[in-house]
Design a protein around this ligand. Structure first.
Ligand SMILES: [Fe+2]
Ligand SMILES: [Fe+2]
Length: 175
């Protein structure tokens, strides 16, 4: 397996880990009776799962070995309603750095096909860091009036992400 293939296998685990963390956050908000915040993170969890499966499809196409990873237990307890979004933003920033490192590695190896595959993820991370930054501001502003946060999210809606149209194919199909 190439070094890049190995590193991309590692990223599959990070994406599944991100998915599991978002499920934990969604469940936390669901239990706090905040259905819009819960729905937002249930959706994010599915997106992260899809990212993992896009990478799996790439590895299949590239005839690389694939080790379906286990996932570290996510954080399930939070000090207040702002903490999960702060954690989510930190996670998105970390993933951005991980993708950047993968791009550098692909470039070092002269793997332009692998590098091109990752370009979509760079755009996706820009979008996700921006939207999570905005959500953190909304939740911080509304932490004493959570219904206003819920209303903000219901107005914002799911909003079809323009990036989704150009997303790489996911193994087994995106959910
Ligand atoms: Fe992701
Ligand atoms: Fe993400």
């Amino acid at each position: 397996m190439s070094t890049f293939g190995e590193a991309l296998n590692g990223q599959v685990a990070y994406e599944f880990g991100a998915s599991q963390q978002y499920i934990a956050i969604a469940v936390y908000y669901d239990a706090e009776n905040l259905p819009q915040l819960a729905a937002h993170f249930y959706r994010q969890a599915v997106e992260e799962r899809n990212h993992a499966m896009m990478m799996v499809q790439y590895l299949l196409d590239a005839d690389e070995d694939i080790a379906t990873p286990g996932v570290e237990a996510p954080q399930t307890e939070f000090s207040d309603v702002v903490a999960p979004v702060a954690l989510a933003l930190a996670q998105e920033k970390r993933v951005t750095e991980q993708i950047v490192e993968l791009v550098k590695l692909a470039r070092e190896e002269g793997d332009l096909v692998g590098e091109q595959f990752l370009h979509w993820f760079l755009q996706e991370q820009r979008e996700e860091v921006a939207s999570m930054t905005e959500l953190l501001a909304v939740v911080e502003r509304g932490k004493n009036d959570l219904l206003s946060v819920e209303e903000h999210l219901s107005r914002a809606g799911g909003g079809e992400n323009a990036l989704e149209a150009g997303a790489p194919p996911a193994a087994g199909g995106a959910l």
